[in-house]
Ligand binder design. Structure first.
Ligand code: PLP
Length: 445
């Protein structure tokens, strides 16, 4: 068993056994989004060992395994559940476990009108459910609004809302009709070249002042999909005013507000839902990733009024399977008993301070941003022009892997850090040390 504080060691990437697996996967699997030739053997807490004995500090998986790799309580819960029942057609039948998980999920989102929960297996599926429910509730509203830089999934419905990188949409036309994208509140590189707060949040106000008058009749819009912090798009934290203005706009025009918490939710930002930082709440809340600690679980938590209400209008097979339910229940319990949301806020404050110290010694870091343990550094060719330094970001990322730190890119020039919420100060210090060394090495390259 890999000790959760194991030493980073060996670091020949990929080793001889790993290289063989990489070749086999490359031969057999479709092209996806590979970042590094890490071939996993086992993982525990924040540590991951590959098949050649390389041991890494994993600052990527907390996005999903937020309770840490193979948290013992989650493993115990799913093992017990596997011995009880793995699968009943949960959309067709009933179980106390499903009722309990739905109740716990509904309680995560403040509501005056009551909530209904749709269980599924991914973030994409949670967003698809919101898309369908919003259309079902308002059949004459055919349009949807989403934001540039957004990521909402990759099936054709969700992909039609995704607009983070052109390659995600290239050749997939036609997307579903009438999804309108507008710029997000991305203040570090404002799409309107304005400065907050003197801009008076023009990026939010323009929707009503121009788009609704010239392009998008608001009474034809079923839903607006919004990430409370853009994830794949670059860990972009909008001013809370932006979220509150568009939330209020949706309420006034009868547009369903879909809060996509798939990446930012489940405690990572130091609040259970990231939208809580903005003092708002959605009509729909999409959850997945960290909800299952690594087991595929998704959930759409919607205002009860959006429930389909008609048998057969929407359903699935694997929502509410035994392992998913046990994993979600155990994850919520561990988050509470280990106070992981509070811990994310505390460790995040320590981590961002350390990243800012690095920024003060490395000119290439233009921006340090994020909330809690959802953090990123953005590399620029110049702090004045803020031009993306994608090459530098990629060199730093590779160097981090060579020194034993797993990280992922996001946006066009950022590295994101999403350690499990059980991370401690010592592990953050090790990550900072490796990042520092990697930047020095990448600069010299
Ligand atoms: C904000 C957001 N929404 C939706 C998705 C899609 O989730 P999944 O990959 O589980 O389908 C992602 C995945 O990265 C995401 O970050």
């Amino acid at each position: 068993m890999l000790h959760e504080k194991a030493e980073i060691k060996n670091l020949k990437l990929p080793g001889p056994i790993g290289a063989g697996v990489v070749a086999r996967e490359t031969a057999m699997m479709t092209t996806g989004t590979k970042t590094a030739p890490i071939v996993v053997k086992q993982a525990s807490g924040l540590m991951l060992e590959d098949v050649d004995g390389n041991v890494f500090l994993d600052f990527t998986s907390g996005m999903v395994a937020a309770t840490g790799h193979s948290h013992p309580k989650v493993v115990e819960a799913i093992t017990e559940q596997a011995n009880r029942w793995l699968f009943i057609n949960s959309p067709d039948f009933y179980s106390p476990l499903q009722a309990e998980v739905a109740e716990k999920l509904a309680a995560l989102v403040p509501s005056l009108t009551g909530k209904k929960v749709f269980l599924c297996s991914s973030g994409t599926e949670a967003n698809e459910a919101a898309l369908k429910a919003a259309h079902w509730a308002a059949p004459t509203r055919k349009r949807v609004i989403a934001f540039l830089g957004a990521f909402h999934g990759r099936t054709m419905g969700a992909n039609s809302m995704t607009a983070s990188k052109a390659v995600q949409r290239a050749r997939f036309t036609p997307n579903i009709a009438d999804v309108h994208h507008v710029p997000y509140a991305s203040c570090y590189r404002c799409p309107y070249k304005m400065t907050y707060p003197s801009c008076d949040v023009w990026c939010a106000r323009i929707i009503e002042e121009l788009y609704f008058k010239q392009l998008i009749p608001p009474d034809e819009v079923a839903a607006m999909f919004v990430e409370p912090i853009q994830g794949e798009g670059g860990y972009i934290v909008p001013p809370s005013e932006f979220i509150r203005i568009i939330r209020d706009m949706c309420a006034r025009h009868g547009i369903a507000y879909v809060d996509d918490e798939v990446q930012a939710g489940m405690g990572k930002t130091g609040k259970m839902l990231a939208i809580e930082h903005h003092g708002a709440a959605g009509n729909f809340t999409s959850l997945a990733k960290a909800l299952g600690s690594g087991v595929a679980v998704g959930a759409q938590i919607m205002d009860a009024g959006y429930d389909f209400g008609v048998q057969g209008a929407h359903s699935n097979t694997y929502g509410g399977n035994g392992i998913a339910l046990a994993a979600a229940k155990a994850t919520l319990e561990v988050m509470e008993s280990e106070r992981l949301v509070e811990r994310a806020a505390e460790m995040g404050a320590y981590f961002i301070g350390k990243l800012q110290e690095l920024q003060s010694v490395h000119d290439g870091i233009g921006d340090v941003r994020g909330k809690g343990l959802m953090l990123a550094v953005d590399f620029v060719t110049s702090r004045v022009t803020r031009e993306h330094d994608t090459e530098m970001r990629d060199r730093v990322t590779s160097a981090c892997y060579r020194h034993g730190l797993m990280v992922l890119p996001c946006g066009f020039s950022a590295i994101r850090f999403t350690p499990a919420l059980v991370v401690d100060r010592e592990q953050i210090d090790r990550a900072i040390d490796i990042l520092d060394r990697s930047i020095r090495e990448a600069k010299g390259a």
